[in-house]
Design a protein around this ligand. Structure first.
Ligand code: SF4
Length: 226
């Protein structure tokens, strides 16, 4: 099966447990104001490839994975290409390779949820604390990611909840405590991960000739102590 990818990182320690082979898929329906990868947005961009060729590249790196590592599919929004991700994950499963899906949870169709049949771990972005902030700074209602989390829980799929800590937007300690509380009361959640807001992506926006919506905000210097 063919799909469009943006890029590959063959050795990452930031995208799930252990050492990960990360495939960034092309295309995203959202427009997060903190997005680091605006060059992944265009679903017609990137490079077309097929799941068999990608699997071969993953297999070449499997000696590095150890007990915990494996493949992470990120984006863009990987569930825009659900059938492709499912095919790739199924091939990995057949090889005994751990599969992690890094998603915004905004696409909750039957086809998107079918990817979960071959997913070992979901890195679910819970980007904003309220529906109003989701609509304003992400471009979708909060209902999608919340339903996606319920689907993960119903299937018993290990989940890491993640949020980028953006000064003045998502750094309120009460909001972050509420995120931890959500993790506590949701059985499938194994970890809540806070990530500091960075602005390395400014150069990408400049090159694309579009404004970086959160370019005026400071970077997160230290994660809040809760
Ligand atoms: S979901 Fe990810 S790729 Fe899409 S706009 Fe948001 S941060 Fe960017």
């Amino acid at each position: 099966m063919r799909g469009r990818i943006h890029s590959i990182q063959s050795f990452s320690t930031l995208d799930g447990p252990g050492i990960r082979f990360v495939i960034f898929l092309q295309g995203c329906p959202l427009r997060c104001a903190c997005c680091h990868n605006p060059d992944t947005w265009d679903p017609a961009g990137g490079t077309e490839t097929d799941d068999g060729a990608l699997l071969e590249r993953v297999l070449r790196c499997r000696d590095y994975f150890g007990a915990e590592g494996g493949l992470t599919v990120s984006g863009g929004e990987p569930l825009l290409q659900s059938a492709f991700v499912r095919a790739l994950f199924q091939r990995c499963r057949a090889e005994g390779i751990h599969t992690a899906l890094d998603t915004s949870g905004c696409i909750v169709t039957d086809e998107a949820l079918s990817v979960l049949d071959a997913t070992d771990l979901c890195l679910l972005d819970h980007k904003m604390p309220t529906d109003a902030l989701y609509r304003r700074h992400v471009g979708c209602p909060i209902a999608g990611p919340e339903r996606f989390l319920r689907e993960l829980d119903a299937r018993g799929i290990d989940t890491w909840l993640r949020r980028v800590v953006i000064p003045t937007v998502t750094d309120d300690p009460d909001d972050l405590r509420a995120l931890y509380a959500l993790g506590e009361r949701t059985r499938c959640v194994r970890k809540v991960e806070l990530l500091p807001f960075r602005k390395l992506c400014q150069a990408k926006y400049d090159a694309m000739g579009i404004p970086f919506p959160f370019g005026h905000l400071p970077e997160c210097q230290a994660l809040p102590k809760l």
